[in-house]
Design a protein around this ligand. Structure first.
Ligand code: RB5
Length: 148
């Protein structure tokens, strides 16, 4: 599995922790920034990361800002992206099982590093259940592709 990681200044420290955590677990990960505390716009990092997942360059994306909200809004504007904003292990698991989320958003000012690692571990390992959930996703993706 190849993962693209992106953050703004509010999330760059957690992003580097998550990058190291994924590498330790043998998961290929590219951190596309921002990588420093200077104020940047989350959209400049979240949208390119989401595009790389949508285009198939990466299997999954993880985007981190202060709250996770800006990053999740930005990522979900990219066609084909289902970005889940997650701050607990339960929804990390269920968003993979039910929503087949391909991007995970987290807020570095909301949760601690250890919980974020647990969330990432759970989300990376989670399996989509298909069935009725696939039908529901299809309806959302159809809506998106019809450009209503
Ligand atoms: C930056 O201060 C902050 O607004 C950003 O990291 C994020 O929380 C936006 O949703």
């Amino acid at each position: 599995m190849k993962v693209v990681l992106a953050s703004d200044h509010g999330g760059f420290e957690l992003a580097s922790e998550i990058e190291a955590f994924l590498k330790e677990r043998g998961i290929e990960v590219d951190n596309i920034g921002c990588g420093c505390p200077d104020s940047v716009d989350y959209s400049d990092y979240g949208i390119p990361a989401a595009e790389k997942v949508a285009e198939g360059e990466y299997d999954r994306g993880i985007v981190i800002c202060g709250t996770g909200i800006g990053m999740s809004i930005a990522a979900n504007k990219v066609r084909g992206i289902r970005c889940a904003l997650v701050h607990d292990v339960y929804t990390a698991r269920v968003t993979r099982e039910h929503n087949d989320s391909n991007v995970l958003a987290m807020g570095a000012r909301v949760i601690g590093v250890d919980l974020a690692k647990e969330i990432v571990k759970t989300w990376i390992g989670g399996q989509f259940e298909g069935g009725r959930h696939a039908r529901r996703i299809e309806k959302v993706m159809d809506y998106e592709s019809n450009e209503n």
